[in-house]
Design a protein around this ligand. Structure first.
Ligand code: SF4
Ligand code: SF4
Length: 96
């Protein structure tokens, strides 16, 4: 089964034009797949220039990876902020 990665979709509508089952509708400038109509032919996957259409297993892996990267980014930001604070405090305590 194929899925749209909404963050990547720019709403060009090309996938909807090429779908032989007319299974892709555009809504608020995002593509949506009607899974009842989709025959899983994969034509849309190769058509999307943004690589916004993927098969389920790959999509799930990417979503999981993006969540982990977001977590890591937040932790780095927090650590960086703590380090700045500690550096400032140490400097203030030890200044001549
Ligand atoms: S071809 Fe890709 S970017 Fe264009 S509407 Fe379809 S999913 Fe979105
Ligand atoms: S996999 Fe084929 S049938 Fe399904 S949405 Fe894409 S082009 Fe349409």
């Amino acid at each position: 089964m194929v899925y749209i990665i909404e963050n990547e979709c720019i709403g060009c509508g090309i996938c909807a034009d090429v779908c032989p089952e007319n299974a892709i509708k555009m809504d608020f400038r995002k593509a949506h797949i009607d899974t009842q109509r989709c025959s899983d032919c994969g034509i849309c996957i190769n058509t999307c220039l943004r690589n916004a259409i993927m098969r389920k297993s790959v999509t799930q892996d990417i979503v999981t990876l993006k969540k982990r990267m977001d977590d890591i980014r937040k932790r780095i930001t927090l650590l960086s902020s703590n380090l700045d604070e500690l550096t400032h405090k140490t400097w203030a305590e030890n200044k001549p």
